[in-house]
Design a binder for this molecule. Structure first.
Ligand code: PBG
Length: 340
């Protein structure tokens, strides 16, 4: 080391080292950086998750997600109107169900007049131009916070699949454009496709949370839909182990064979390698969910002055585009759309 430092004259020149190739040439000015820019974030890339609650003309802030609210249906309609005005293509709704309505099997998921279906109908009527994506996992409806039917300490796969498929038909009847199952049961995509088709909903698409990992980053979401304190145990018997990427590919392949139109990777940034692998392998519309914990980290660091929140938000979303995403589910959607 010291010999190198002491005898620079004996070393090669930079032009000799690089063969006169200098990558900084295209970085030298704003205009040239814009000229060679490979990826762009646009409003068309955004899906805005919205939290729903019972009641009228109310919204409640979420302590672990500064800037995000839970909305009563009438408020959610206004949020959807705002999203449409910003040019955001689609919203994704998540309900905080009245605890009195939750039970072991999540039976209220089948009620045509449950919170999520009422919101879908109201939004569809007021804002027909925006896409509505609904999740059919049972966790908002179960007394234990799991995504499926729990019996003797086990999540019962096949019964859960039958119920989720029926709930999906109810959501399509209410006006959902895309059914997005996030439960990770085996066989759910094929069962939902069959149920939708048998009931005349051939044109309702399925966006599968195909690669959903057993992650620590869902914490603030569970507060938002009121399952945080309820959850007994964890979801490791149905979500993918964070250590596995081959398994994630197999899961995505299976879901596509069963009829998924689009794929979601969830969480987002910690699993951005999975996005690239899915895109390269299957060439289908691929989305990432920048989940609640990712949102909270950026917000918290920005609130402390540790990072520039706006730049971190834009950089994280652009990274999803670079990794191959066709779009991103993000709580930043409205804020970003305002900026763009
Ligand atoms: C469950 C579900 C989760 C999220 C949405 N639906 C994960 C969970 O609670 O286990 C997380 C979304 C987020 O963290 O933003 N079906």
């Amino acid at each position: 080391f010291s010999r190198t430092m002491n005898s620079p004259a004996t070393r090669r020149t930079v032009d000799e080292i690089t063969g006169s190739r200098r990558l900084r040439r295209t970085r030298k000015a704003d205009w040239s950086r814009r000229l060679v820019r490979e990826n762009h974030l646009t409003v068309d890339d955004l899906i805005w998750p919205l939290f729903l609650m019972e009641g009228e003309n109310q919204q409640e802030p979420l302590s672990a997600m500064p800037g995000v609210m839970r909305h009563t249906v009438d408020h959610a309609v206004r949020q959807a109107e705002y999203a449409a005005k910003l040019g955001i293509p689609a919203i994704a709704t998540f309900p905080n169900i009245d605890p009195a309505r939750r039970d072991d099997t999540g039976s209220h998921s089948l009620d045509p007049d449950n919170l999520i279906n009422r919101a879908t109908r109201a939004i569809k009527e007021a804002v027909p131009e925006i896409g509505i994506i609904t999740d059919v996992a049972l966790d908002p409806f179960t007394s234990h916070g799991h995504d499926g039917i729990l019996r003797d300490g086990e999540i019962i796969n096949d019964e859960t699949v039958a119920q989720i498929a029926a709930a999906a038909v109810g959501q399509a009847e209410a006006g959902a454009d895309i059914i997005a199952p996030s439960d990770m049961m085996d066989g759910r995509i094929g069962a939902i496709r069959d149920a939708l088709d048998q009931n005349g909903f051939q044109n309702v698409a399925i966006m599968s949370y195909a690669t959903k990992f057993a992650s620590a980053f869902y914490g603030p979401y569970r507060e938002a839909i009121g399952t945080g304190g309820l959850l007994k145990g964890d979801k490791k018997t149905y979500y993918i182990d964070p250590a596995n990427s081959d398994e994630a590919l197999r899961e995505a392949e299976q879901d596509l064979q069963e009829g998924a139109d689009m794929l979601i990777v969830k969480p987002g940034l910690p699993y951005i390698d999975i996005v690239r692998q899915l895109k390269d392998t299957f060439s289908v519309p691929t989305f990432a969910y920048q989940v609640s914990g990712e949102y909270a980290m950026i917000r918290a660091a920005a609130a402390n002055g540790w990072i520039d929140g706006e730049r971190a938000m834009l950089e994280s979303l652009l990274s999803f585009k670079r990794a191959g995403c066709d779009g991103i589910l993000t709580y930043f959607a409205a804020e970003v759309a305002e900026l763009l």
